[in-house]
Ligand binder design. Structure first.
Ligand code: GTP
Ligand code: MG
Length: 402
């Protein structure tokens, strides 16, 4: 904590000096009139405990302390608040600070609302697009991105242009990634549809290839009977299913299976905050063979949860994502936002429980996805509050005015 006394002819000058020296978070400790005009004692990195200790020390020699201070960084002695106990003074400062912050927030909110209303009046087409893109579930940063890269247009064509922009922004893999062959592992949190998607992918491959060319591996050794689900799918499709416990046994198994055109590895679903997760994901990286990781992302989750999933599973270095459960999602913009922001291309979209029908290749299907997102908002009646728009999109309006 640093404490300093500032003097000046008026409050405006003194406050400007304080802000220049200590920055916007300076705390005002004391103010009054002195020989040099207005005197204000302020602190940077204010530490209430240290300040309280200081003022307790000082209460023995308060006057001398105040008289002796200079404009240099002053010692502890400069901060007594005569006539008031240090604790009471501290409480006053805290209350004042909170009140000022409340007033500031209130003012900011009101200014934003005014600016948003103003923008609505000046640029009704843009604000209509902002409203629609937001209703799709897109996050403010991605809405801005769509607006920023859309060439100016009016009316219906402006909306179409922003949707086209969205279509172009969703990264996808070329063609049918898995069916081209290789070793793939599907990772993701519990219950997102990893095992079901593996069965769908294996069945897709079978429609073009041979059951002898494919093998399934489960690394799900954490839960009793977890491997049984994959074993059942394997049995139904006459595809062999293997079990691998750790990185070493997975490496040996992959060597054994090197003649297979396609190996699909199912991993144990773990919550993104499960401490065992990193061990499992690192295990996939520790094998010699190249394993391409696909991240299963549940489209029916909240946007923040999807972002957390992407952030946590990033250590597995996923080459692509599979968006699951889009049939259960109430909006798709959140998933688009997370994918666009994290630059993970989309390989497949799962839209139901049926194996293998409910799995679509994402490549060249962005327009279909965006259309599905638009259809979802047609059925939804939940409006987004004007306060939300004011909070996230008013700044642009202020800039535009300047
Ligand atoms: N509606 C819907 N349900 C799905 C989809 N994909 C999978 N499911 C269902 O979701 C449930 C969980 O699927 P699993 O494949 O077992 O999920 P998982 O990720 O392997 O689960 P854990 O291994 O427990 O982590 C099952 O009831 C599936 O039928 C989908 O795209 N849409
Ligand atoms: Mg599973």
């Amino acid at each position: 904590m640093k404490i300093k006394r500032f003097t000046g002819p008026d409050m405006r000058t003194v406050m400007r000096d304080i802000r220049e020296v200590f920055g916007p978070d300076a705390v005002i400790l004391e103010s009054g009139r002195g020989a040099d005009g207005l005197e204000v004692t302020a602190a940077m990195d204010f530490d209430p405990a240290a300040y309280q200790a200081t003022t307790s020390n000082l209460s023995r020699t308060p006057t001398a302390a105040t008289v002796n201070c200079t404009d240099e960084d002053i010692g502890d002695d400069a901060v007594t608040l005569p006539g008031e106990s240090p604790t009471a003074a501290l409480e006053d400062v805290a209350v004042m600070r909170e009140e000022m912050q409340n007033i500031r927030s209130l003012l900011e909110a009101q200014l934003s609302q005014l600016a948003w209303k103003d923008r609505d009046r000046r640029q009704p087409e843009t604000t209509a697009i902002i409203r629609n893109l937001t209703r799709l579930g897109l996050t403010p940063d991605i809405v801005q991105q769509m607006l920023g890269s859309t060439t100016p247009a009016t009316g219906h064509s402006a909306w179409t242009a922003s949707l086209k922009q969205l279509v172009q922004s969703i990264g996808v893999c070329d063609g049918d990634l898995v069916c081209a062959g290789g070793v793939f592992a599907i990772v993701g949190p519990t219950g997102v549809g990893k095992t079901t998607t593996i069965a769908k992918l294996a069945a897709r491959f079978l429609s073009q290839g041979n059951a002898n060319d494919v093998a399934l591996v489960t690394m799900d050794n954490y839960r009793i009977g977890a491997g049984a689900q994959l074993a059942t799918f394997g049995e139904l499709m006459s595809i062999p299913v293997y079990q691998a416990g750790d990185a070493a046994s997975l490496g040996d198994l992959l060597t054994e299976l090197s003649a297979k055109r396609l190996v699909l590895i199912d991993t144990a679903g773990m919550g993104q905050r499960d401490l065992r997760l990193a061990g499992q994901l690192n295990g996939l990286r520790d094998v010699e063979q190249e394993i391409r990781v696909l991240l299963a992302l549940p489209a029916n989750a909240q946007t923040d949860s999807m972002q957390e999933i992407v952030d946590v599973f990033r250590i597995a270095q996923p080459v692509a994502a599979i968006l699951t459960k889009i049939d259960e999602a109430t909006s798709l913009g959140g998933a688009f936002s997370v994918l666009i922001r994290s630059r993970i291309p989309l390989a497949y979209v799962a839209n139901g429980q049926r194996v293998p029908e409910d799995l679509q290749v994402a490549g060249a299907r962005q327009a279909w996805l965006v259309k599905a997102a638009v259809e979802l908002i047609r059925g939804s009646s939940e409006p987004v509050s004007e306060d939300y728009f004011a909070e996230h999109f008013a700044e642009v309006a202020t800039d535009a005015c300047a």
